[in-house]
Write a protein that binds this ligand. Structure first.
Ligand SMILES: [Zn+2]
Length: 119
């Protein structure tokens, strides 16, 4: 039974097999701003209303994505190794070049990925 599929290469990842999850949070970021007295006493109502009007004309998902977006992927061990080597340029073909280390065997020797028997 396949419960997961590698988002890198599409390989099936069976139950209890080693897989990796990658979570990426993309957030709008600015340096700290300095707020002066003039900023506090200025009437921002017209600016806010204009901004709200512009946002009404945009796709809500597009507006949300410009502020925050989260991605989550499942990767097989080969894609995981390739991803760690170069996260910003990861592609499916780079997984085939990854050195094969038996981390799955090591983690299983520690007890991970074992099926528990029901009492
Ligand atoms: Zn993969």
């Amino acid at each position: 039974m396949v419960l997961y599929r590698c988002d890198g290469c599409g390989a099936e990842i069976p139950r209890q097999a080693l897989r990796y999850t990658v979570a990426i949070d993309v957030r709008a970021a600015y340096d700290e701003i300095e707020v002066h007295l003039a900023d506090l006493i200025r009437d921002h109502r017209a600016e806010i209303l204009a901004l709200l009007e512009r946002m009404r004309q945009r796709d809500p998902q597009e507006v949300e994505d410009q502020v925050y977006k989260r991605f989550q992927f499942d990767l097989c061990p080969a894609c995981h190794r390739a991803y760690l080597r170069d996260p910003l340029r990861f592609h499916v073909g780079s997984a085939a070049l990854a050195e094969d280390i038996d981390i799955d065997g090591f983690l299983r020797s520690l007890g991970f990925g074992q099926t528990r028997e029901e009492p």
